[in-house]
Design a protein around this ligand. Structure first.
Ligand SMILES: NC(=O)CC[C@H](N)C(=O)O
Length: 366
C-alpha cells in the first residue's frame, strides 16, 4: 500500500471561485465539466461509468476510498471520470475482498483528484450557479495560468463524446444459444446492463457507436435493439438518431437507457436540453404512471428531454415522471415496440426497484 505526504492542490471553477485542498491520485492537472453525485456508495462503479467521461465528479459522500478497489466492480475497462473532488480520500482501506487502494488505482490510470475540499460548500455553490467547467491541479499553483487553461476546455453543451468511449470492435456477451439476441449500440454502455441481459437469457452483440442499422441487421439479425447510456450531448449525435429512426421504421423491439432515452426522444422530433444541474445519485424518486407505482432510482444525466415537447407529442406517450422536479423519466412510442427511461434500471450502484424494465423488454421480444 502506498502512503504519501499530501501535497497542496487547487480547484478552480469557471466562474473564478477557488477551493484549496490536497492532492489525490496522480500529481497533475485535469479539467472538465464539474458535476456532483449524492450516492452514499459505489464510487468505483461511478468512476468507471463511461457516461462520466469528460466530467470532474464531486462526491458528496464524505468518505471515498474507504472500502478499497475490487478488480471486478467496474462498469467499463477503465476510469472514465476526468477527475475527482472529495472530502476524505482514504488510502488505507477496510475491506478484505478489495484488491488495492484508491491511490494505487488512480496512479495506475493517471487520474488527478483533490481532497480535503469542503464539498458541502462546493455543491451548494454549483447548485446555485449551475453546471460549469472546472480545473484541478496539484502542479500549477498560479491561478491565472489555470484560468487560461480552463478557458480552452470545451463546453459540454454540443459535445459529442460517445465515439471516444465506444468499443472499436464488436464483441458478444452471454451464451450464444440463449433465447434472445440483442444488438447493443455502444454509446458508452455500462457492464451491468450486459449482465442484466445475460441473467435474462439474452445473447448480446455490442456494436461501435457509428454502426448502421443495415450493418447490424446483416451481421446479427437481432430480436431486439438496445440503445445505451453514454457521455456528451445527445443533440450532437445525428448518426445515432438516424439509427434509432431506422429501428423504429422497421418496428423492431427497442429499449433505451439514459442517453438512449434522449435519442429515442430526438428520433421522434422531441428536443433535448442541457439541465441547470444534472441528476446524479441513488435516491431519485420516479413514478411509473402506467401502473401507478413508485421507484427509487439511480441517475446520472446532465441533459434532459424537453417536457413540454413530450407532452405535445402525438408520437410518444409518457410512462414515468420524476417526483422531485416533474421531469420526464420514461416514454414509449405509440404503435411501436420501443420504450426508454432516463434513469438507470441496471443501477450499479443503486436500488434494484427498476429491474422489471429488463423483463418488460424481454416480453416485447417474445
Ligand atoms: N448516463 C447517461 O447516459 C448520460 C446521458 C447524457 N450524456 C447526459 O448527461 O444527460
Amino acid at each position: 500500500m502506498t502512503y504519501f505526504t499530501k501535497l497542496p492542490a487547487v480547484l478552480l471553477l469557471e466562474d473564478g471561485t477557488v477551493f484549496h485542498g490536497k492532492a489525490a491520485g496522480k500529481i497533475g492537472t485535469t479539467a472538465g465539466e464539474i458535476c456532483f453525485n449524492t450516492g452514499m456508495t459505489g464510487y468505483q462503479e461511478i468512476f468507471t461509468d463511461p457516461s462520466y467521461f469528460g466530467q470532474i465528479m464531486v462526491a458528496t459522500n464524505a468518505h471515498i476510498g474507504n472500502y478499497g478497489i475490487a478488480d471486478k466492480e467496474v462498469e467499463s475497462g477503465n476510469i472514465q471520470i476526468a477527475g475527482l473532488v472529495c472530502k476524505n480520500y482514504n488510502i488505507p482501506y477496510s475491506r478484505k475482498q478489495a484488491d488495492e487502494s484508491i491511490q494505487d488505482y488512480f496512479q495506475q490510470q493517471n487520474i488527478v483528484g483533490i481532497s480535503d475540499v469542503d464539498t458541502r460548500q462546493l455543491v451548494r455553490h454549483i447548485r446555485d450557479k449551475g453546471a460549469m467547467n472546472a480545473i484541478i491541479s496539484s502542479e500549477i499553483t498560479d491561478i491565472d495560468e489555470l484560468k487560461a487553461k480552463l478557458a480552452e476546455v470545451p463546453s459540454m453543451d454540443g459535445l459529442e463524446l460517445s465515439s471516444k468511449v465506444s468499443t472499436t470492435e464488436t464483441y458478444t456477451f452471454g451464451e450464444e444459444n440463449a433465447p434472445y439476441r440483442v444488438a447493443v449500440l455502444d454509446l458508452g454502455v455500462k457492464k451491468n446492463i450486459l449482465r442484466n441481459f445475460d441473467d435474462r437469457g439474452v445473447y448480446a452483440k455490442v456494436y461501435p457507436a457509428k454502426t448502421t442499422f443495415a450493418e447490424i441487421e446483416k451481421d446479427f439479425a437481432p430480436t431486439g435493439y438496445f440503445i445505451s447510456n453514454g457521455p456528451g450531448d445527445p443533440a450532437a449525435m445525428p448518426y445515432a438518431v438516424e439509427t434509432v429512426k431506422e429501428i423504429l421504421a422497421a418496428d423492431k423491439p427497442m429499449f433505451g437507457i439514459c442517453l438512449g432515452h434522449q435519442l429515442l426522444a430526438l428520433a421522434n422530433d422531441i428536443p433535448t436540453r442541457k439541465m441547470f444541474n444534472g441528476h446524479r445519485g441513488l435516491n431519485h424518486p420516479v413514478k411509473n404512471i402506467i401502473i401507478n407505482h413508485c421507484e427509487v432510482t439511480s441517475q446520472n444525466h446532465g441533459f434532459g428531454v424537453v417536457p413540454e415537447a413530450v407532452r405535445a407529442s402525438d408520437k410518444v406517450e409518457i410512462t414515468h415522471v420524476n417526483l422531485n422536479d416533474d421531469s420526464i423519466e420514461g416514454i414509449r412510442v405509440k404503435g411501436k415496440k420501443a420504450f426508454s427511461v432516463q434513469y438507470h434500471p441496471e443501477s450499479s450502484p443503486g436500488p434494484h426497484d427498476s429491474r422489471y424494465l429488463f423483463d418488460d423488454f424481454i416480453n416485447l421480444m417474445k
